[in-house]
Structure formats: structure tokens, C-alpha cells
Design a protein around this ligand. Structure first.
Ligand SMILES: Cc1cc2nc3c(=O)[nH]c(=O)nc-3n(C[C@H](O)[C@H](O)[C@H](O)COP(=O)(O)OP(=O)(O)OC[C@H]3O[C@@H](n4cnc5c(N)ncnc54)[C@H](O)[C@@H]3O)c2cc1C
Length: 1004
């Protein structure tokens, strides 16, 4: 695997990077001349709108931020793939039910430009049709007459479908390559300055079959192009994620072994025919990988097709590393002496980049957050490309009039071409290309309806975003000066809060690492080399009771002092612990990999969760432990105060040996309790490390005691008469045993917080996007080798999409890699120990029925001898098997095993069956019907419901975690009610007039 980045870190302060870019760009451009050139184009477009005016009008009438706009976008994303009429009606009704009668709708229904030379009838009809569909449906679907509703529903769906199809057609060049080529020929006849880059629409590959299909599509497209006369300047754009199901930084080896040869075949084909082939730019975490693939291809091209000038790469200006990237690519071209076509774009995944950085708690954003920084970087990159005519033919793709005008200025006397997406920028380019010396390439997506949805949504977002030039162009309220503002200045801070600040003012978010960045991986590798796990001596069976009593007595003696320590001081200790843990995150992550058999991703996420627990409970403690004044009659004061209960037993599991261990004890400690913690027998050393860390920041030794041992140690602890409360996370059976033990004790009634497992289900209806479901399932079932209490166990797929979805899922499962936890490539590490492995094998052979569908049969990966278990023999291959109904799933299988049920009829019935299992931890719902999602969530007796995403990885303070029924007692960990259970409550009522009279009343 690559050890060092070719580029600077993607996570640098935006202000610095923008200032640097500005400095490098210097005074290369006189902005007033740009304005002078662009202004007439804009005036002309506004005066004589192009055909696509209708769509822009629609987006202006229904901005994406409005309910109408959201409805439109969601219909566009889902409606075309829904297989049956009833569901299509339900989806349409659901989305249109959000709408309000508005004047905008009425007006928009009137939009029509029948006489415009630029408005073919079908395009102007689009706006009317959509508006009519929206308004008609609203009326019909609100009717109480069910017959009318139904008949009306069909008509409305038909209209909405038509509207979405027309929307799609604006952006899709042809249903297949034959249609696309003939359209290109026709267009070129009237516009000789056009050339085309054909893009095969479709989602990224999830399995080998998808990748193979996409590969064949690209091959066929190249063959057709090669045979087509007059297409020599054309070519294709290739998405590497479509050509390999694991095009990810950590799968580097596979990508180089499997994707590279495939891509080389395409390159050879393109080179032989003199066509161009450009690698599309995708998400920033794939940038380094794409560069490596690119360089490997360059080396081969230099050897075998040195004269070919059609190879290229798309570069995104919104990335904070854009300029060094351009310099690097120019350097490569010179090194290999290959002439390249370099396409410069601003970038299409901005929202996804921001979200990922926030979720991973990265130090900065990998993309700019100020639009004008993206524009500035674009110009700087364009200049760099234009300044390298010896090796680069720049393809400068943008729909922004100011950017185009700047390019024209920068490009004086240079060879380059402009670029636009089919269906966008028509108006501006109509004006720009009046200059016959300019050339434009059209990015021309090809594909059928089913494949265009994701692309369509990206284009809608782009057209609908307030910051987007095309959106502003059609908005008369945006005047020329605003539209043509200079981007040549650098802001001093990010426009969005940094990932570490998204929970401010409450607390700092924990910082994570991006494992796609070699330097960040290296930090973890170094930590692993330095890791020295402490020795942990389990308590001898004979001495368990004595040791437990010793620990409890010590903690009890500390109670008086600790419980009367100011909560602010206790919170200070926890916050210092959080800061130190943040500093030592790599070391703790390494410990989690080594002792907890976690993969690196899971380990970093867990260390972050522990940090979040410390900070969150510190805040919550300060909030809750303050005396609370209550109202009362005059002459009396009433206060309610929470108080520590005493010494708590905190019994934590091996599957989150740091996060749950830390969460339990932090909650007990902040509320003034002292703790005897019993970590899982499989993972005591991580607990010892955390205990050391807490002591290092000033937690008195006696306040937190550790009892290392097995179940007997836990039982001895629970049974000790002085234990004032038990926080337990583990199996339902042990939780019940603890409950019984506590009930049998004499003395005080002792509270128990139990978090246990679940038979967690995910319900998928026919509006769901299969690729998204597959991603969510893979993450929810197989991460941590299925050893999370939140893991998905039963997938319930609607029968109408099961035949398409299940093979894709089986294919994606086949791509997962099982291996040692510390191997970067590993998706599923070993299960925790030989006992767990043996239990899983037994469950698999005994309780999982054979697959009636033949998708996959349960089988154990190894037949390890329990007594000779090594890490390798603890591996379990991911499993998927069919069951007939939810009720057939009788027990939780705590490993990488998914059971699948097909359902038809009422989804509420499925939820009722899930409820009947008696567990109630997590539930996943995949549907685009919002009201259905809410209805199912309301009906589900579970603690955590996740809609249209994976169902694991709850974030502290964001998704408080915990269930009901057989899944636990609550209150939820990481939620606002958790600390209350650690406390007793006391009210103090004081008679203020006892000393003779009511001074306050008398002095009013
Ligand atoms: C021929 C062609 C090929 C393309 N190929 C690719 C490709 O391979 N990969 C890819 O990702 N995209 C690709 N695109 C899409 C392209 O990224 C978008 O069309 C482009 O970003 C739109 O920019 P603009 O200059 O037309 O519009 P503008 O409105 O000037 O810019 C919009 C862009 O600015 C950025 N932006 C928006 N808000 C902010 C903000 N707050 N802070 C910082 N930046 C912001 C976003 O990237 C947004 O897309 C391609 C486009 C064309 C025309």
C-alpha cells in the first residue's frame, strides 16, 4: 500500500490554502475585462431564454429548499424505479401531501412560451405538466372519496411520471449509444465546433457483475465510436467506481491488480481508434488512488502508445489540493512525455464531501466552503494548465459565464476547449460560441431511465443550489453585479463550522482520522509498533468474593469525598481525560485492534465514541447536578437536587471495550458515584489503559476500581450488599441473571441499567434504491464481524424488488475480505474468541434453515478446533441465508450472519412480526415514502430507528442508544436521561418565615 501521499494533506486550513492560491494566481487577470465580456452573454440569455428555460423556471418556482422543490426532487429520484402502481401512488401522494397551495404553483401552471423559437413544445410543456401534476394531485389526493382518490391517484402518477421522464430527458443525451451518436451527428451538422464525451449512466458497481456490465458498456461504446465516421474527436468518460466494486483507497492492491488491466484494455481500444478517454473525478478519498491508477496507465501509454493524445483525467477545483494536483499531473505528463487532455471542473460531490468530513470528525474540510474560493482555485488551475501547452490540452468545463470569460482571457493565444454538460449552460454557450475560434465539448450521458436517477438528482441539485451560477442566471432578482462578482479574494475563515465545532457551543466533537490518507494511516501504524498492552491478571476463582469485596470497600470509602467534590471539578477531570484520550487516540485504536480484534476503521470510531462520552457526560453532569428551584407558596423555598447513590458496578462487554467501558464509568463518576468496573474477560487491558489515563488526569485511585475476571467476578460484584447500582451491557441472559440476583438481595432496592442485544430488522420497500440498501446492509451486518448489539440480523425485502436486490447483495458480500484485524484491507476481522466461534458454528448449523432461494447457504469459514484457536481460525466468512418469515428467526446470532425474508402486503404487518420477537433495539427502514417511514417507526417497539441509512454507529448525544423489551431497560446511553438513573433525588423545603415572618412578602 502507498506509504506517502503524492499531494499535500487534504485537511489544511481553508483560509491559508485560499491565500496561497491567490498569491500563486497573482494579478493574472483584470476582473473588469472579465465582466465586460460576460455581461452581454448574460443579458442575451435573459432576454432570449433557451429551451431549458422551462426547467429553470420550474426550479425557481419550486426551489429545492421549499417543500415543492423537495417533493419534485424526491419524485425524480424514486418514481421511475417503483415497480407497482399502488406504491407509485403512495409515493406520489406522500410527496405531494407536503405541498401547500401557493400562488407560485398557480402561476407556474401558466408558464408557457409557445411562440419562443427556443422552446419546443414538449419542453415548455414540462413546466406546465409538472405544475399541473402537482396541483391536480394535491386536489385529488386530499379527497375523502377513496374511489376518486384511487382513480385520481393513477392519473396523477401518470402525469408525475411523465414530468419526471421529461426532466430526465433534458439531461440524458440518448437511451443508448446508437441514439446518442446519431444525435451527436445531427448537432454537429449545425454546430461544427462541438465534440462529445459520452458517459455511460449508472450507479457505482456494488458487485463483480455490475463492474463487468459497465466494462462491456464502455467497450461497446468505444467500438461504435471507432466505427462512426466523424467521431474521431469524441470519446468516453470513465468512472472508475463503475469498473470495480471496491474502488477504495484501502483496497489498493485489488484495484491495481484487477481494475488497472480492465482500464488498460479500454485505453488500448481508445488509442487504437484515436478516441479520447477521460477518467472522471469522484470523491476526494479516491483521489490518491486514482492518481496511482493514472500514473500506471501513463507509464504503459508512454511505452505502447506514445503518440496517443486522447488520454485524460478530470480534476476538481473545489478540492483544497486542486492546485498541487494540477502541478503534479503536469509533472507526470512531462516525466512520461505523454500529451494529456486535462478536464478541469469545479466538482459535483460538494455536499457529500462536507458530510463525510463532519461524520469522520476530520480536522478540516477537503473542499472549499466558500464558493468564491472554488472559483478562484478554478482560475488558478486553469492558468496552470494553459501554461503547460507542451503536455496539456486543457478542457475547461463550466457553465459559469464569469468563469468562461476569465478562461477566454487567460487562454488568449493558447489551445484549449470549453466544456458543458448536456442539458446545462445551453443559453450561455449559444452566446459564447458565436466566437468561431472557441470550441466546446459536451459531456453526454447515455442510458435508460432506470440508470439516470442518481445523475438526474445531482443535476437538479446543481441547477437548484442557491450558490450555483445557472440557478442565479435565471433569477431576475440577482443582478449583474452580483452575478459577476470577482472571486479574487481570500476569506479568513471557513463558511461552515469545522467538523470539531459542529456540536458547539455544547462541546467539541472528537477528531478522527481519514484512513484514505497515507500519513494518517502511518500514525496508526506507528502507534501499533509502540503499543505495550499492560498486564492484566484475572482474579483467581477462589478469591473472587474477597477481591470484589476489597474493591467495593475501597470505592465506598472514597464515596463521601468524591460525591461532595464539586461537579464542576468532576467535569473538569472528565474533560481532561477526553483531551488526553484524543491525544492518544492512535494508541488506543491500536489497542482495540490488538486486543479487541477490531478493524482499524472500527477502532478509530470507538476511540472517538469514548471521547464523546466523556465530554457529553461532563456537560450533562453540570447541567443536571445543579440544584433546581421549584415553585411554592411564599415564605418557603423548595429545591430539587440530584445526589450520587453510592458505589456502582459497571460491567462492560468485549465488543466495545473502550467506549462502553468509558461511557458507563463516566456517567457514574460525573454524578458523584464511585465505581468498581468489571471489564470483559476478553478485553481487560484496554480497560486498564483507560483507568491509567483517568488517573493520569487526576482521578483519585480509590474512586475507580477494576475487577478483572470472568462472569463469576461480575456475579460476586453484583451480589455485594454495598453495591448501589449496576450498569450492565451484554447478553439478555446475563442481564436477567443480574436482575434476579439484585431482586434476591436483602437491603436497598438496587437500580439496574441493562443494555442487551436484539434481533434487529431492516424493512425495505419497493421505493428504496437498491444500491443504497446494499451499502447500508453491508455496513450494518458485517462491520465488526456482526458483533454489535445494533447489527442488522433480519433483512425484510419487498418481494417485487427482491430478485434484483438479493443477487446484488450476494455479489457485494462476495467482495468482502475476511482477514486479520490489523490488515488495512480487512472488512471482517476475527470473531472475538474460540467460544464465540464455536457458538456461531453451532447456531449456523442448527437454527438457520437452509436457503430456499439458493442465494447463499450458511457455512462456517473454517472448522477450527476450539482448543487450537488462533486469530486465523476465528475468521468467519460473511453469511446470507433466506428464511420464510420473521417469526422463524428465533435467536440473536451474534456474528456476520444475515437472514433474509421476502415480504408482500402491509409493511405494518412486518413490523408487528418484528415486535413479536420481543427485542427492541434497532430498526432500519428503507423507503422514499416519508409518511410510511414515520408510521412504521411509530409502530415499532424499538429504541433506535434509522431511515434510509445504515443502522449502526450511534453517535453520542446525536442518536442516544438503547432499547426496550428483551433489549434493555434504558435510559439510553449518550442521551439526556441517562445520568438520572445514576442518581437519587432529594427535595429540600425550607420555611423561610420560621425566624418570625416572611421578609420577602413584607418588603414587596
Ligand atoms: C464536461 C463536464 C464534465 C464534468 N465531469 C465531472 C467529473 O468528472 N467530476 C465531477 O465531480 N464533476 C464533473 N462535472 C460536473 C461539474 O463539477 C459541475 O458541473 C460544476 O461544478 C458546475 O460548475 P460551474 O462552473 O458550471 O458552476 P458554478 O455555479 O460556478 O459552480 C458550482 C460549483 O461550485 C462549487 N460550490 C458550490 N457551493 C460552494 C461552496 N459553498 N463552497 C465551495 N464550493 C462551492 C460546487 O462544486 C458546485 O458544483 C463535469 C462538468 C462538465 C461540464
Amino acid at each position: 500500500m502507498q506509504a506517502r501521499s503524492r499531494l499535500p494533506s487534504p485537511y489544511r486550513p481553508e483560509a491559508d490554502v485560499a491565500a496561497l492560491t491567490l498569491r500563486e494566481f497573482g494579478d493574472a487577470l483584470d476582473w473588469p475585462t472579465v465582466v465586460q465580456r460576460a455581461a452581454p452573454w448574460i443579458r442575451a440569455v435573459r432576454d432570449h431564454p433557451p429551451p431549458f428555460w422551462a426547467m429553470e423556471t420550474l426550479l425557481r418556482e419550486y426551489p429545492l429548499t421549499s417543500d415543492e422543490g423537495k417533493a419534485l426532487m424526491r419524485l425524480a429520484e424514486a418514481l421511475l424505479r417503483v415497480p407497482d402502481a399502488d406504491t407509485a401512488i403512495a409515493l406520489t401522494a406522500d410527496q405531494l401531501a407536503h405541498l401547500h397551495e401557493s400562488s407560485a404553483m398557480a402561476e407556474s401552471a401558466m408558464v408557457s412560451e409557445p411562440n419562443s423559437t427556443h422552446s419546443p413544445a414538449h419542453l415548455s410543456a414540462l413546466s406546465r405538466l409538472s405544475a399541473a401534476a402537482l396541483s391536480l394531485s394535491q386536489k385529488l389526493l386530499s379527497s375523502n372519496d377513496s374511489m376518486v382518490t384511487r382513480l385520481g391517484g393513477r392519473a396523477v402518477v401518470a402525469a408525475a411520471l411523465r414530468a419526471v421522464q421529461l426532466l430526465g430527458r433534458q439531461f440524458v443525451f440518448g437511451d443508448d449509444m446508437h441514439a446518442a451518436l446519431s444525435r451527436a451527428q445531427t448537432l454537429r451538422a449545425s454546430h461544427p465546433a462541438l465534440s462529445f464525451s459520452f458517459d455511460m449512466l449508472g450507479e457505482g458497481a456494488r458487485c463483480a457483475d455490475d463492474a463487468q456490465r459497465h466494462f462491456q458498456d464502455y467497450r461497446a461504446a468505444l467500438s461504435l465510436l471507432a466505427r462512426q465516421r466523424g467521431s474521431q474527436g469524441d470519446g468516453i468518460s470513465v468512472k472508475l467506481s463503475a469498473l470495480h466494486p471496491r474502488y477504495e483507497a484501502l483496497q489498493h492492491e485489488r484495484v491495481m491488480d484487477e481494475l488497472l488491466p480492465r482500464l488498460w484494455i479500454l485505453c488500448e481500444q481508445a488509442a487504437a481508434a484515436g478516441l479520447h478517454l477521460t477518467i472522471d473525478a469522484e470523491e476526494s478519498d479516491r483521489l490518491e488512488l486514482s492518481l496511482e491508477v493514472f500514473e500506471a496507465l501513463l507509464a504503459r501509454i508512454a511505452r505502447h502508445h506514445a503518440g496517443w493524445q486522447g488520454f485524460g483525467l478530470a480534476l476538481q477545483a473545489y478540492q483544497s489540493r486542486a492546485l498541487p494536483l494540477v502541478t503534479h499531473v503536469i509533472g507526470l505528463a512531462r516525466h512520461y512525455r505523454v500529451r494529456l487532455m486535462c478536464r478541469l471542473v469545479k466538482g459535483a460531490y460538494w455536499d457529500a464531501e462536507i458530510k463525510r468530513a463532519q461524520e469522520l470528525g476530520l480536522p478540516h474540510y477537503p473542499v472549499y466552503t466558500h464558493k468564491h474560493h472554488t472559483d478562484l482555485a478554478y482560475l488558478a488551475c486553469a492558468k496552470a494548465l494553459l501554461d503547460a501547452p507542451d503536455v496539456i490540452y486543457p478542457q475547461l468545463a463550466t457553465h459559469n459565464a464569469a468563469t468562461i470569460a476569465a478562461i477566454v482571457k487567460l487562454g488568449e493565444g493558447r489551445r484549449y476547449e470549453l466544456g458543458r454538460l448536456h442539458g446545462m449552460g445551453e443559453g450561455i454557450y449559444r452566446e459564447v460560441l458565436r466566437d468561431a475560434s472557441l470550441h466546446c465539448r459536451v459531456y453526454a450521458p447515455v442510458g435508460r431511465q432506470r440508470d439516470l436517477l442518481a445523475y438526474l438528482v445531482r443535476r437538479l441539485l446543481e441547477n437548484g443550489a442557491n450558490s450555483s451560477f445557472v440557478h442565479q442566471l435565471y433569477d431576475d432578482r440577482v443582478d449583474m453585479a452580483e452575478l459577476l462578482q470577482s472571486p479574487l479574494h481570500a476569506a479568513t475563515a471557513t463558511a461552515l463550522p469545522l467538523p470539531r465545532d459542529i456540536y458547539r457551543p455544547a462541546r467539541v466533537n472528537s477528531e478522527g482520522l481519514d484512513l484514505a490518507v497515507p500519513e494518517m494511516r502511518a500514525t496508526l501504524e506507528r502507534a501499533m509498533e509502540q503499543l505495550l498492552l499492560p498486564q492484566a491478571q484475572a482474579v483467581d476463582a477462589a478469591a473472587v468474593a474477597v477481591r470484589a469485596a476489597d474493591a467495593v470497600n475501597t470505592a465506598q470509602r472514597a464515596f463521601e469525598r468524591w460525591s461532595t467534590t464539586d461537579v464542576v471539578d468532576r467535569a473538569y477531570t472528565l474533560r481532561r481525560a477526553a483531551d488526553l484520550l484524543q491525544e492518544r487516540l492512535p494508541l488506543f485504536s491500536a489497542a482495540l485492534v490488538r486486543e479487541g480484534r477490531k478493524t482499524w476503521n472500527d477502532a478509530v470510531a470507538e476511540a472517538r465514541e469514548a471521547i464523546d462520552f466523556l465530554r457529553y457526560y461532563a456537560n450533562e453532569g453540570e447541567r443536571l447536578m445543579m440544584p433546581h428551584a421549584l415553585p411554592g407558596p411564599t415564605g418557603e423555598s423548595n429545591t430539587l437536587q440530584l445526589r450520587a447513590r453510592g458505589t456502582w458496578a459497571c460491567i462492560s462487554p468485549w465488543n466495545f471495550p473502550l467506549a462502553i467501558f468509558t461511557g458507563q464509568i463516566a456517567a457514574a463518576l460525573i454524578t458523584g458515584n464511585t465505581v468498581v468496573a468489571k471489564p470483559a474477560e476478553q478485553t481487560p487491558r484496554i480497560a486498564l489503559m483507560m483507568q491509567d489515563l483517568l488517573r493520569a488526569v487526576g482521578l483519585p485511585d480509590d474512586v475507580l476500581q477494576l475487577l478483572v475476571g470472568d462472569g463469576a467476578a461480575g456475579a460476586a460484584l453484583v451480589e455485594h450488599p454495598a453495591i448501589a447500582g449496576v450498569a450492565f451491557t451484554g447478553s439478555t441472559d446475563v442481564a436477567k441473571a443480574i436482575q434476579r440476583a439484585l431482586a434476591n438481595k436483602d437491603g436497598a432496592i438496587v437500580p439496574l441499567i441493562a443494555e442487551t442485544g436484539g434481533i434487529n430488522a431492516m424493512l425495505v420497500d419497493s421505493t428504496a434504491l437498491p444500491e443504497q440498501v446494499v451499502d447500508a446492509v453491508i455496513q450494518s451486518v458485517y462491520r465488526s464481524a456482526g458483533q454489535r448489539c445494533s447489527s442488522l440480523r433480519v433483512l425484510c425485502v419487498h418481494d417485487s424488488i427482491a430478485d434484483a436486490l438479493l443477487p446484488m447483495l450476494a455479489g457485494a458480500i462476495a467482495e468482502l475480505r475476511t482477514g486479520p484485524a490489523d490488515d488495512w484491507r480487512t472488512d471482517l476481522g476475527p470473531v472475538i474468541d474460540a467460544e464465540a466461534h464455536a457458538r456461531l458454528q453451532k447456531q449456523l448449523s442448527a437454527s438457520v434453515p437452509a436457503s430456499p432461494s439458493g442465494v447463499s447457504r450458511p457455512s462456517a469459514a473454517t472448522d477450527a478446533n476450539e482448543h487450537e484457536a488462533t486469530s486465523a481460525s476465528l475468521l468467519m466468512k460473511p453469511q446470507l441465508c433466506m428464511v420464510t418469515q420473521v417469526a422463524d428467526v428465533s435467536e440473536e446470532i451474534f456474528g456476520p450472519v444475515l437472514q433474509v425474508v421476502r415480504w408482500t402486503g402491509d409493511p405494518l404487518q412486518v413490523i408487528r412480526q418484528v415486535n413479536a420477537l420481543g427485542y427492541g433495539l434497532t430498526l432500519g427502514i428503507h423507503t422514499r415514502i416519508d409518511s410510511r417511514a414515520q408510521q412504521l417507526a411509530n409502530a415499532a417497539r424499538v429504541g433506535n430507528v434509522y431511515v434510509n441509512r445504515g443502522m449502526t454507529g450511534a453517535v453520542v448525544g446525536v442518536q442516544p442508544f438503547g432499547g426496550e423489551g428483551l433489549s434493555g431497560t434504558g435510559p439510553k446511553a449518550g442521551g439526556p436521561h441517562y445520568l438520572l438513573r445514576f442518581c437519587s433525588e432529594q427535595t429540600v423545603t425550607r420555611n423561610l418565615s420560621a425566624a418570625g415572618g416572611d421578609i420577602d412578602l413584607m418588603s414587596r
